[in-house]
Design a protein around this ligand. Sequence first.
Ligand code: WT7
Length: 633
Amino acid sequence: MRIRTFEEYQQAYAYSVEDPEGFWGEIAQNFQWRKPWTKTLQWHFDEPNVQWYIGGKLNITENCLDRHLADKGDQPAIIWEPNDPSEPAVTLTYKMLHDQVCRFANVLKRNGVVKGDRVCIYMPMVPELAVAVLACARVGAVHSVVFGGFSAQSIADRINDAQCNVVVTSDGAMRGNKSIPMKDTVDDALIGCPSVKRVIVLTHTRTGVSMIKGRDVWWETEMKQVTADCPAEEMDAEDMLFILYTSGSTGKPKGVVHTCGGYMVYTAYTFLNVFQYEPGYVHFCTADIGWITGHSYIVYGPLANGATSLMFEGIPTWPDAGRFWDIVDKHKVDILYTAPTAIRSLMGFGLDYVKGHDLSSLKVLGSVGEPINAEAWHWYDDNIGKNRCPIVDTWWQTENGGILISPLAGITKTKPTYATLPLPGVQPVLVDENGAVIEGNGVSGNLCIKFPWPSIIRTTYGDHERCRQTYFSTYPGMYFTGDGCLRDEDGYYRITGRVDDVLNVSGHRIGTAEVENAINMHTGVVESAVVGYPHDIKGQGIYAYVITESDPAHEADLMRRDILATVSRIIGPIAKPDKIQFVNGLPKTRSGKIMRRILRKIAEGDTSNLGDTSTLLDPGVVEDIKAGALVDV
Ligand code: WT7
């Protein structure tokens, strides 16, 4: 599986394009299959119907756990660093993790979970979260992890969409000096979730929680009732492994579906090669398991390689802005994989928090989630990597399962702000507005992928047509990423950001339509339009233009605060607008379409050239909006 030189990368790439089935068939030999596949790939992007390793049988947890027991049983699988640095870190060896996963798998079974059931997991970043995820995979249940920052309403929407019958949660979560309720939020969510028959509650923060008789049970009590003997369920390569909800440009979040075989092969292959993992390395991915980065590069990718994965419960700025560097030194971290927003935020605290740290254990730095600006790239390179650690700027999406465009650490020559080259098996193309493929170098366009890789999205849960429409209909015969991209003279790719109405706020994906729907639920709001604007730390900030029934002039600040409370309640605090401008009208075309281009420009503070406004129903509203724009001076 391992690529060690640039020549080997080029050979692997060429082979993967000439003979994808041969290439991915060979890679998949490195895993444990109960039964071999009979055909490596079958695909039609127009339906879409993509199947990898057809007829192959496996259980991903046998690959992540059981097969390492003989030679790596006593090596650390997960190192857990708690929120509070004065509390002890926890190490789970492969044997211990296997034991815990088997026990919790038996707990799931005891509580009625059978293969194919959907289980919602809403937990803090504790080892039990990884245990719960793997236990679902062990019994063949489909996990749907919901990020701990989402509201009760968002949890309920996701539970109902997937018809989950069990929820795994915790009393609460610790983030910095704050204790955040989780079971309470789940209780609120479950008022509207008749499918849920059982809630399993982990004791973590020891805050008081309600426990409903007949529905709620304690994790610890349940774990005492079971043995550690739990043979893994035999899964088809194309059986669902998990659902993970993500925002799009319209309506409610989509349940992205990944399946067992292809996802396992691709995350393991990319983990090994992108980060150039060596046995004994400690891999620290700072994402939350509630996002795809955590699924693929905290849990499945590392464990499938028998690696050591570090999980951190807390936040980068508590007790102070040196926490990441404390952790790196404390656990001798070799690979650090984080987001540009975290780098920019820590940059803002100054180098005093980096000073006094050794950081000499670091070998590879990673970036993910949003474009990394040159300043942040160099700060990371100079002050954290000390100019001796390659930076891998990894581009990919929830729908991709694993990294698609990225340097291989120490192998691919890097260039700040460039994700560089496609990984083996990935065939990117740039297309223009009309769908024509743009050939050659020194060009830019919309980024599509023209051939399937093993962990491509299979469907959106419960709505296959939505999957087709969103990803496979804009440019027929291709997967459309929603990102703009340029390919420079060297053939290097640089992702320039979303070309649809999806925002990327601190690496979190948020649909403008979702935020608008939440704002519109606020009493007195008539209509709203949400756009992104450049934000020094978050990458993008959220700018909302809001029309209210009556002039909010006197109580504008109160109204703003209340709107924020409504958005927090409906989606979660991560979707709260940074700026709310009250307006009397929105720039609409005669057909009623909001011209977001104009709103974006005003939010950016660039009102000099708003382009063609002649198609507007009432060009006067633009002057009003400009006059009241909330732009920093
Ligand atoms: C969107 C996907 C799976 C990664 C975590 C976010 C943006 C992601 C990069 C990068 C520029 C990036 C894209 C993409 N993005 N990585 N290295 N450079 N942009 O996953 O929530 O599914 O968001 O994040 O715009 O479409 P996600």
